[in-house]
Unconditional design. Structure first.
Length: 373
């Protein structure tokens, strides 16, 4: 065997896995793109989530909580830029108060630390002078991280521990071989090469169902296979480009969530460089969609309408189209929320539906998979 463990996918999760498993095992990471994290891991909000919204005891809840602490610790130790700037979940008016209470209840049930209910108008104004709200929940463990820096630090740690990372290699076929797997990959010049591994971890994000299909798993599941089929949910961002309006935002600001639509509602995030983004919105697409990461300027009026509910001075002209990301969803359109799927079948591990909070949870997912193995 060429490697003890092959990981398909050099996104934030595949790289977190690689640094966790390398050292004691020979690890190979394979990715079809020319650099790591070119897909979902570099097209997200960069928020280090606190673990508030997810059903208590779900993997999203437990791995987010654990991953939040691990991410701050890792970034401190590896000089990755991270800012624990805090987040406000706001009730814009009285009609949001029940939903805010529900979020507060979920945060308590999930034992999320550093949560405070704020209803004092002076305090709300002091925290976010340009935001309209009648009450809010403060989350002190929420922050933002340099996503690319985080992935670079995982890749460096993995290679220092002896892992190799093969970019520009698209896995096109997999056979079960004696003692493991034989992967066929198409390289940058179209040539085919093979690599063998005892254990295979499918951390291919949007590509995960296709990899499982190569192994013969039924995507809609059967009595021994969970449902592996994923839908795609597009999230667009618009950036607040008027300097004084952008500078007025000091924290992450989220209206109460819209789980049924597949997202958290159009919210305000500051990234690690201090730029201010609105979004992402939600649009269900089917799993055959070709992912186009170009900025999409078709929704300015809708973003303005959603955000001006709590940013009353915002004008459409303050907004410019920003990045686009795609959520890999096990949740069916309009269906109940789905948890992360981390499924082991002998020497095969499948990671499915690794949408938000997957970046926050990456280090905890890596530990979880190590225990599974
Ligand atoms: C709009 C949006 C906002 C988000 N915001 C946040 C946030 O604020 N905080 C947070 O914690 N999480 C957030 N997330 C979630 C987070 O970005 C993902 O959970 C995380 O990036 C998933 O990482 P990954 O490594 O599983 O997948 P990916 O980054 O998609 O990596 C998978 C890799 O597999 C490779 N691959 C696929 N098929 C093949 C193949 N056949 N051969 C070789 N390589 C292959 C791809 O090239 C890709 O690089 C957000 C997601 C979206 C879409």
């Amino acid at each position: 065997m060429d490697a003890e463990i092959a990981i398909i996918g050099a996104g934030v999760v595949g790289l977190a896995l690689a640094q966790q498993l390398a050292g004691t095992r020979q690890v190979a990471v394979i990715d079809r793109n020319a650099g790591y994290g070119y897909e979902t891991s570099s097209h997200n909000s960069g928020v280090v989530h606190a673990g508030i919204y997810y059903p208590t005891g779900s993997l999203k809840h437990t791995l987010c909580l654990e991953g939040n602490a691990l991410t701050y610790e890792w970034c401190g130790a590896h000089s990755v830029r991270i800012n624990r700037l805090g987040k406000l979940i706001i009730a814009v008016d009285g009609t949001d108060l029940d939903a805010l209470d529900a979020v507060a209840g979920q945060a308590a049930s999930n034992e999320v630390g550093a949560i405070e209910r704020i209803a004092d108008p002076a305090r709300l104004r002091e925290l976010e002078p340009s935001v309209r709200s009648v009450a809010a929940l403060w989350s002190g463990s929420s922050g933002v991280v340099d996503q690319l820096g985080l992935m670079a630090s995982f890749a460096a740690a993995a290679t220092e521990r002896g892992a190799w990372i093969a970019l520009k290699h698209d896995v096109t076929a997999i056979e079960r071989a004696e003692g493991g797997f034989r992967l066929t990959m198409r390289g940058p010049d179209g040539e085919e090469t093979t690599v063998t591994a005892e254990t295979l971890i499918n951390s291919a994000g949007h590509g995960a169902p296709a990899i499982a299909h190569m192994l013969g798993y039924p995507l809609d599941g059967d009595d021994r296979t969970p449902r592996l089929r994923q839908a795609v949910n597009k999230g667009r961002y618009y950036d607040i480009v008027t300097p004084e309006k952008a500078r007025a935002i000091r924290h992450l600001v989220y209206p109460v969530p819209e789980h049924a639509k597949g997202g958290l509602g159009v919210h305000v995030t500051l990234d690690i460089d201090g730029l201010v983004h609105l979004g992402p919105d939600t649009e269900w697409l089917d799993d055959s969609t070709v992912l186009d990461y170009r900025a999409d300027g078709t929704r300015r009026a809708a973003f303005h309408a959603a955000a001006s509910r709590y940013l009353p001075s915002l004008l459409e002209d303050d907004l410019a189209p920003g990045q686009v990301g795609y959520r890999p969803k096990l949740q069916a359109p309009g269906g109940p929320q789905a948890d992360f799927l981390i499924w082991r079948d002998g020497p095969y591990v499948h990671l499915g539906g690794i949408e938000s909070p997957g970046m926050t949870a990456a280090l905890a997912i890596a530990r979880h998979v190590q225990q599974l193995l």
